[in-house]
Design a protein around this ligand. Structure first.
Ligand SMILES: Nc1ncnc2c1ncn2[C@@H]1O[C@H](COP(=O)(O)OP(=O)(O)O)[C@@H](O)[C@H]1O
Ligand SMILES: [Mg+2]
Length: 458
């Protein structure tokens, strides 16, 4: 096994000969070989190989070779000698996504900027492209991908099925359709690694961690689709609950329930741009209001023990841990944002008046000189939680956005795990370099999954 980069040139000859500069031929340990298997994605061809005297690592693909070998572009890329006489170019990495609004001028709507950023990280190393479900041709086993040229403009190119798929399909609902499920199954059947499998549903995450003591220590008690009696019992036990939609996001539809033995029951939620606070004398009338508001969605809800979060300026504080698997397949907290809730808001989302801070700044206001100890502890917990989710989840994961709370005693709690985490924390000026690191981890993990790695692990 050996891995190096080479400069791929397109020549106009019609023969089926691949020319390699002498040093490349030597590095790839081809001595004595007259023919090679040349691989890209799931496509493989046999070609005659010859040496050429030119310094540096160069590889020439003739028009004859290219007629049956769909290399997307010339220029630098990794080349891996996998078996005795097999050379693989790539990796070929596909980012699966979709247009949200038909007729958008960019292929991937608001995700275009992010997808460009991921593709650019692979510049001169890999062949990275974006594609949508409709760009796959399963009969031919090809994809009509969107590649970027040197000017940063998109161009289309038909390539073989990729070595790895990074799933960023944007629509929670569409992702559960039989069409999308069959796409994922087909990649898996062909042993093409795909991460992440799908959006995660809160209720599913709580259920899958239900028998994992290491994770349970950091999960507020959670009950999917609770009966009224269960909610009452939990209110008596904790006096404070969150009631939230299992498949929700952005804080939409979240209710904060509190019980005060003498003053009654309180419900807080957000309605449009307002924070609402209601008081009830008895449990039944509160439940009636909730059931009326939720209608048939009620069975999608989860009730959860409320955690008294750290506060600064009398506003609660929580954290987004953006986790990635790196090139060694280990979980890394790539970026951490602290979010301070708007006054009176039940969640910390910026859309509900929350503000973004660095974790160091937020924690030093709450814990003073202890801040760093707490932050390091939270990082260790976030890694353990990611590992726990991964070991209990039947599909492949490579990126997670964990919503983490810290209470006054410094205990660490997880509210939610997002498998397609948003990137708004990286807009904070102090978190830009973490944003870049996050994209690099995606690329490194693609190299790991496609086995384009030198040394260890091969
Ligand atoms: N059990 C809880 N205790 C305290 N605060 C919570 C709890 N659950 C949620 N929150 C607060 O509400 C926010 C949104 O909840 P989350 O479960 O992440 O839902 P969403 O999918 O809408 O983001 C959290 O980031 C946290 O600030
Ligand atoms: Mg959340």
């Amino acid at each position: 096994m050996s891995l190096t980069t080479c400069n791929v040139h397109f020549s106009q000859q019609s023969d089926k000969i691949v020319y390699l500069s002498r040093s490349l031929y030597k590095q790839l340990k081809l001595s004595g070989k007259r023919s090679i298997q040349l691989k890209l994605g799931n496509e493989i061809i046999t070609a005659t190989v010859r040496q050429l005297s030119r310094s540096g690592n160069h590889l020439y693909l003739s028009a004859g070779v290219r007629s049956s070998f769909r290399v997307p572009k010339s220029g630098n890329v990794y080349v891996l000698s996998t078996a005795d006489d097999e050379l693989q170019l790539g990796p070929l990495v596909g980012i699966l996504t979709d247009t949200i609004n038909q007729g958008d001028s960019y292929p991937f709507g608001s995700l275009s900027g992010f997808i460009k950023q991921v593709i650019r990280t692979g510049d001169r190393k890999a062949y990275m492209f974006g594609f949508t479900p409709n760009d796959i041709n399963w009969q031919q086993e090809t994809v009509n991908g969107y590649f970027l040229n040197a000017q940063g403009d998109w161009f289309r190119k038909i390539v073989p099925l990729p070595d790895v798929v990074y799933n960023r399909l944007p629509n929670r609902k569409a992702e559960t359709s039989p069409f999308i499920s069959s796409i994922r199954e087909r990649f898996v059947k062909r042993k093409i690694p795909l991460f992440n499998w799908s959006f995660l549903n809160k209720a599913d995450v709580y259920t899958l961690l239900d028998k994992d003591p290491e994770a349970l220590a950091h999960l507020p008690e959670s009950v999917p689709n609770p009966s009224s009696n269960k909610i009452k019992e939990m209110l008596e036990k904790y006096h404070f609950l969150y009631y939230k939609p299992g498949g929700g996001s952005l804080g939409i539809g979240i209710y904060r329930l509190t019980y005060h033995p003498t003053r009654g029951y309180f419900v807080r939620y957000r309605s449009g741009s307002e924070n609402v606070l209601l008081r009830y004398n008895n449990f039944q009338s509160m439940m009636k209001m909730l059931q009326n508001r939720l209608g048939s969605r009620v069975n999608q809800y989860v009730v959860q023990q409320g955690i008294r979060l750290l506060e600064i300026d009398r506003c609660q504080l929580d954290f987004r841990f953006h986790m990635h698997k790196n090139g060694n397949n280990q979980w890394i907290p790539a970026g951490i944002g602290a979010k301070k809730a708007g006054r009176g808001s039940v969640t910390t989302h910026v859309k509900s008046g929350g503000t973004l801070m660095t974790p160091e700044h937020a924690l030093s206001r709450a814990f003073g000189s202890e801040a760093n100890v707490i932050l390091e502890k939270a990082k260790r917990v976030a890694i353990k939680l990611s590992e726990a989710i991964e070991r209990n989840y039947p599909h492949r994961l490579g990126e997670l956005g964990l919503d983490i709370g810290i209470d006054m005693q410094g205990n660490i709690w997880m509210f939610e795990a997002n498998a397609k985490p948003g990137r708004s924390i990286f807009k904070h000026p102090a978190l830009r370099s973490e944003g870049k690191a996050s994209v690099s981890y995606i690329f490194e993990h693609c190299l790991y999954l496609s086995r384009f790695q030198g040394g260890k692990g091969l």
